[in-house]
Design a protein around this ligand. Structure first.
Ligand code: ASP
Length: 343
């Protein structure tokens, strides 16, 4: 139960939101988090208590890795009981990857974890950072009957709150940098903050948070294109220790039906490599068997990624591989929604 004001923890990992221009080179680089808070006096006006913590060395999110995901998860784990909600400031480039992975790692999460960032640094006159940060904190503070209203990992950017594991970064320049093509927005901010209650996850509040850290990164992605060669497919699949491959296919999960291609897939599936079919399209889903060009994949035993994003597919793979479960359990778990990541 909230006792009065919500207690919110701001976790700063880096990204444009907290960057400044290097005088000599003109390149953007991370700066001290304490200065970030000084730059937003408006934070004092929000009706909640805000505490802050920063990664020891904030990073551009292009340097993100599973090791950093674990660091973020451990901060949330160690502060879980003391706070009602968490806001993670993160570079936008890989925010969907980190937030998707965290959605799997934070088992039985029943408090809000809101990822946000910005396209322009906080000190910039036209920055989008202030609105993104302030509304993220407000969303993390929302309560209903004394309990947090949002109980999942979300991403807030440019007036929209999304389920994090449904998002993709789709624009490097527009303020509207993210989209969720296969799941509706959880909230929209305008004059009012409109929450789409029916779209929120309702996890079992009686279970306690458990943070899964044994991620297995022995995976890769192959994006198909007309002309991709046998040598490339063979060498990628033949990489030492590869346990799973995300095959980014065309349309509703289609690919070439050339025998060399299907034979290689069959060889590696027989060796125990999991192959996941994810569409290159931003919206819509994989439906193996709808066209002849995907029927073969279905027969080979390729796993359907359904309407998952590549970002969610990566996090889910590392998470489930790390569980060391049987092949049958893996197939079953991968194709069912664990955190609302697929329909
Ligand atoms: N390169 C930056 C990062 O992802 C871009 C951003 O913050 O939006 O850290």
């Amino acid at each position: 139960m909230f006792k009065g004001k919500a207690n919110i923890l701001l976790i700063y990992t880096g990204g444009t939101i907290g960057m400044i221009k290097d005088f000599k080179t003109g390149a953007l680089k991370a700066f001290d988090f304490k200065t970030l808070l000084e730059k937003i006096p408006e934070l004092k006006l929000i009706d909640c208590n805000i505490a802050t913590v920063s990664l020891e060395r904030p990073i551009d999110s292009s340097n993100m890795s599973p090791e950093y995901w674990i660091q973020i998860a451990e901060i949330i784990e160690s502060k879980y009981d003391a706070f009602d909600g968490f806001v993670v400031l993160h570079g936008s480039d890989t925010m969907s990857y980190t937030a998707s992975a965290l959605s799997f790692m934070l088992e039985n999460l029943s408090k809000p974890v809101i990822f946000t960032g910005s396209q322009l640094p906080i000190g910039d006159l036209r920055t989008d950072a202030k609105e993104n940060l302030i509304t993220s904190i407000q969303v993390a503070s929302l309560q209903q009957d004394g309990l947090p209203m949002v109980k999942e990992v979300c991403l807030y950017f440019e007036y929209k709150l999304y389920r994090a594991n449904r998002t993709t970064k789709l624009n490097a320049e527009h303020f509207q940098a993210f989209a969720s093509f296969n799941y509706p927005e959880l909230a929209e901010s305008g004059v009012h903050l409109k929450i789409n209650q029916s779209h929120l996850l309702q996890p079992d509040r009686d279970k306690t948070l458990s943070v899964f850290k044994n991620l297995d990164a022995n995976i890769t992605i192959i994006k198909l294109f007309p002309g991709i060669t046998e040598t490339v497919i063979r060498s990628v699949l033949g990489t030492k220790n590869i346990k799973a491959v995300i095959l980014e296919t065309y349309g509703s999960g289609n690919c070439t039906t050339e025998s060399w291609f299907l034979d290689i897939l069959k060889t590696y599936i027989n060796k125990g490599v999991f192959i996941i079919n994810i569409t290159q399209c931003l919206g819509g889903r994989v439906m193996m068997g709808q066209y002849e060009t995907s029927s073969a994949l279905e027969k080979l035993g390729i796993i359907s990624g359904k309407d998952m994003t590549t970002e969610a597919a990566v996090g889910k793979l590392m998470y489930l591989l790390g569980k060391n479960i049987s092949t049958n359990s893996f197939l079953r778990e991968y194709e069912r929604p664990l955190r609302g990541e697929l329909s």
